[in-house]
Design a protein around this ligand. Structure first.
Ligand code: SAH
Length: 237
């Protein structure tokens, strides 16, 4: 096992709380204007730098979505020089592709589903499909029993008919609001990325996903934290 530098981004403190409580983190000061929360932890095998979206100073809600995610990831890579970036969080799951509440996925690929640009060449740019079957991913998949598949990203929690047009043909298994932006940053820095997502709600199910999200957030975050700890402590990376 080699020493590894792990950069982690989590959009919501409510998703990160269980993980922060289960490792000995030291909280640091983020001097950027975006109000991210910064934590670090280390032992002889790893050094972790964690950034959390935290409160948006204008609207007093947690900084979900692609813009803070991209900026935080760029900061993590420039300031910490990680061997691998992990984006850990929650996601909606598609029951038509076998997803269930509380399950943790390691996505093997990412795309955007709400960037529709009908100019030649720009449709592919809008989708920005990337695969993430890097060495870390292969190790995780063989060491931890996680589901895999395409993770699709858009800046909305709901799922419109137009979104569906880009998701259905590509058979995404889970849906979030950050991953494809983080993937874009990691791609340009040539930093391997891992996407761990715990299912809080079923996108193609009978319940409104806002209620389902809030109801299952705790269970999903606990499972996510357990997976992260297993991954870090069992040397699965
Ligand atoms: N209503 C929530 C807001 C959560 S936004 C609150 O009050 O706290 C949803 C967050 O969880 C995003 O960071 C996103 O990445 C993830 N997420 C969970 N389920 C999702 C879904 N069905 N679609 C898109 N993102 C989802």
């Amino acid at each position: 096992m080699e020493f590894i530098r792990i950069g982690i981004y989590m959009a919501m403190e409510s998703e990160a709380k269980a993980f922060i409580e289960s490792l000995e983190f030291t909280s640091g000061i983020d001097t950027s204007p975006y109000g991210f929360k910064s934590y670090s932890a280390e032992d002889k095998n790893y050094k972790i730098q964690l950034l959390v979206g935290e409160q948006d100073s204008k609207y007093n809600v947690q900084s979900v979505g692609t813009v803070p995610a991209a900026i935080a990831t760029d900061m993590l890579i420039k300031n910490f020089n990680p061997n691998v970036v992990i984006n850990a969080g929650t996601a909606g799951g598609f029951k038509s592709r076998g997803a269930q509440i509380g399950e943790v996925y390691a996505a093997d690929s990412t795309q955007f589903h709400n960037r529709r640009i009908q100019i030649p060449g720009y449709a592919e740019y809008g989708r920005y499909y990337l695969t993430h079957k890097n060495d870390y991913y292969q190790k995780i998949i063989s060491n931890l029993n996680l589901k895999a598949g395409l993770l699709t990203t858009g800046d909305s929690l709901d799922y419109s008919d137009l979104d569906k047009e880009l998701v259905e043909p590509n058979k995404a298994v889970i849906k979030d609001m950050e991953a494809a932006a983080i993937a874009w940053v990691c791609y340009h820095h040539q930093t391997p990325a891992i996407f761990l997502k715990s299912v809080t709600d079923i996108v193609d199910g009978p319940h409104a996903n806002v209620n389902e999200f809030l109801q299952n957030l705790q269970e999903a975050s606990t499972n996510l934290s357990k997976t992260l700890i297993r991954l870090i402590q069992s040397h699965a990376l």
